[in-house]
Design a protein. Structure first.
Length: 252
């Protein structure tokens, strides 16, 4: 097997499984452990993994901007689907929504695509594709296409969002930390999400349990700018109390 093909398979494995071991990869590809270590070094240089003792883990924090939307969508998929089902309770008849381009929010849109009573404004190219055959009222923000996230960004997108006022904004993030707030990995994405929450009566943050106590490059919001956090597992008591102190309701 060519080195490039082996690297591609290892990358797919670590994205799917979130961690790999040198011994198992050596056995799988019938190569030496030293060869696998060199492979993992190359993937670390690309920002895909962080090497650990005996293997490597997925580098979500630094590499998420370069992993394609479809690869990211497969990570923690079951958790995202749990979160999406909980979010449905907020989407009543006639609701107007602003939705970001995250894979977690995408799972919500999949659940409502057969409805006919909703208006959705989104900067997600994948959402436009997913909902293209639905009877929902869909508005695109327009803007500059970012291929890795299938999102529309920039001044055109931001100005379009400013023209609307909605009942709910559904957004996600790369991590949140009690000291640093709610964070994302891209200035451009952050600017769009900030504008979205300004235009909404209710802001709902959808995050899986891995995003707690995580930081990223750019601050998105303060905790007092969101109304709800929906997640897949019960957070630690410190987080429950912290969110409550900031008047944020949490559902899990």
């Amino acid at each position: 097997m060519a080195v490039k093909d082996r690297l591609d398979i290892i990358e797919e494995m670590v994205i799917s499984e979130k961690k790999v071991t040198v011994s198992k990869l050596s056995e799988k590809f019938d190569v030496t452990e030293e060869t696998i270590r060199r492979d993992l070094e190359k993937l670390e240089e690309k920002g895909i993994v962080v090497r650990t003792y005996g293997g490597a883990i997925l580098n979500i924090e630094k590499k998420s901007e370069h992993i394609s939307f479809y690869k990211r969508a497969s990570i923690n998929l079951e958790s995202k689907q749990i979160i999406a089902h909980k979010a449905l309770d907020f989407i009543k008849e006639g609701t107007t929504l602003l939705t970001d381009s995250s894979s977690t929010v995408m799972e919500v849109l999949k659940l409502i695509k057969d409805r006919t009573d909703l208006t959705i404004i989104t900067n997600s190219v994948e959402a436009l594709h997913e909902l293209s055959q639905s009877d929902l009222s869909i508005l695109s923000t327009g803007g500059v296409l970012k291929k890795s996230s299938l999102s529309l960004l920039g001044l055109v997108a931001k100005n379009t969002i400013k023209n609307y006022h909605v009942e709910i904004a559904l957004v996600s993030c790369k991590g949140m930390d009690k000291t640093n707030g709610i964070m994302d990995s891209s200035d451009e994405e952050a600017e769009i999400k900030k504008q979205m929450i300004e235009q909404a009566n209710t802001v709902i943050l959808l995050i899986d349990h891995t995003k707690f106590d995580k930081t990223s490059l750019v601050k998105l919001f303060d905790f007092n700018e969101i109304d709800y956090v929906i997640t897949d597992e019960e957070p630690r008591i410190e987080w429950i109390e912290f969110l409550k102190s900031n008047n944020v309701k949490i559902l899990y």
